[in-house]
Design a protein around this ligand. Structure first.
Ligand code: SAH
Length: 351
């Protein structure tokens, strides 16, 4: 079956011509898929029945199946578990902010990076997602909420630079003006620090925001919680970030998940200031979401505020991630894991 939603406009045109159809049908079909976000070929009402039949026989829209939707008490965060055509499932989160709606999407089923505090990695990497499976997370959520998405963060399960080409194609399609036309400035890719990926993205000069999951100020400490630190040192990562900034003019964000007694001390804050002070950086502090299988706990709020103060006093811009959706297992990989362990009622559609 042709994965029609993963095709760009030129490829779709070639495909439609290969079906013995006129080229102008391609732009109509593209519009149905990427702007009107149909979930079924039958919804394409200006397309002749004969072409619809050909598409049904030869192509798939890879429409995802909603397995479970959980809504936070305040109603500003919704977490979705979607079933893929091969039976795997992935999770995506919708967050409502004053400045618009943001969707956090997954780039892989599972993850092979092995970060100690993260639930996505507990079962290892299952497989990469396809461009259409990445798009469909945004499309399905738009259909379900009936609201426009203005920001996308590729911060769900998976390491985006471990699935580089797919992620870039996704960005191209989601920002295309014949589709949802989401500004590249409003798209963030978060990486655990795959240095060649950072450089490759810089060279593409897409205008995307880059976020680095740092979580420690020295390599020794970082290796304890992030195995990827054995492959790339903090120095190499920061050099790549400087290259990203110099090439694209985009300020890099750093994520720092605070784990009680592990990386949340004064020494850690000062160490962080030291390595970032000469960079145009923004630090996002995230009190760690405890994962059942790990014995990490979150820093208490006093510590988090103190940590932030040290950064700010020393000239580093630092925000504390607004806590959303803790009550709905919104941290990476948690909902999928619960589902696979049969802890989520499989008939459940509303949390
Ligand atoms: N692989 C990418 C993107 C996915 S994780 C990356 O590492 O950046 C998105 C962010 O959430 C990362 O900063 C990750 O370290 C963090 N994260 C994962 N599990 C978490 C948890 N239980 N609590 C707090 N942050 C977590």
């Amino acid at each position: 079956m042709t994965d029609i939603k993963s095709l760009d406009r030129d490829e779709l045109k070639e495909y439609i011509i290969s079906l013995d159809e006129k080229a102008f049908r391609a732009s109509q079909v593209y519009d149905w898929i990427h702007k009107k976000l149909v979930s079924d070929f039958d919804e394409m009402t200006n397309i002749p029945k004969s072409l619809i039949e050909k598409l049904k026989n030869d192509a798939t829209l890879n429409t995802s199946k909603l397995i479970c939707e959980k809504i936070s008490q305040k109603g500003d965060t919704k977490k979705y578990l979607f079933g893929l055509s091969d039976g795997n499932c992935i999770e995506s989160v919708w967050m409502q902010y004053r400045h618009g709606n943001s969707v956090c999407i997954s780039s892989q089923v599972g993850c092979r990076m092995g970060c100690k505090f993260c639930a996505s990695t507990l079962g290892g990497l299952v497989r990469n997602l396809t461009p259409s499976e990445m798009l469909e997370q945004v499309y399905a959520i738009t259909r379900l909420t009936g609201e426009r998405v203005s920001n996308i963060v590729i911060m769900g399960s998976g390491e985006p630079f471990d699935n580089f080409e797919t992620v870039i194609r996704f960005v191209r399609l989601i920002s295309d003006d014949g589709g949802l036309n989401i500004s590249k400035r409003n798209i963030t890719i978060s990486t655990c620090g795959i240095v060649p990926g950072i450089k490759k993205l810089a060279d593409l000069n897409t205008g995307i925001t880059l976020a680095i999951s740092l979580h420690a100020y020295n390599d020794e400490k970082r290796k304890e919680i992030m195995p990827v630190a054995n492959a790339y040192s903090i120095k190499e990562i920061l050099d790549a970030c400087r290259y990203y900034f110099d090439t694209t003019g985009r300020r890099v964000s750093f994520e720092y998940s605070l784990i009680a007694g592990v990386n949340d001390g004064e020494e850690d804050a000062r160490g962080l200031v030291n390595i970032l002070k000469n960079m145009s950086a923004h630090v996002n502090l995230i009190p760690v979401n405890p994962v059942k299988e790990r014995n990490y706990t979150r820093s208490d709020i006093k510590n988090v505020l103190h940590f932030q103060q040290i950064l700010e006093k020393n000239g580093l811009n630092a925000t504390i991630r607004r806590e959303m959706g803790k009550d709905i297992e919104a941290a990476c990989g948690q909902l999928r894991r619960s589902y696979e362990q049969n802890l989520v009622d499989k008939g459940d559609t509303k949390g």
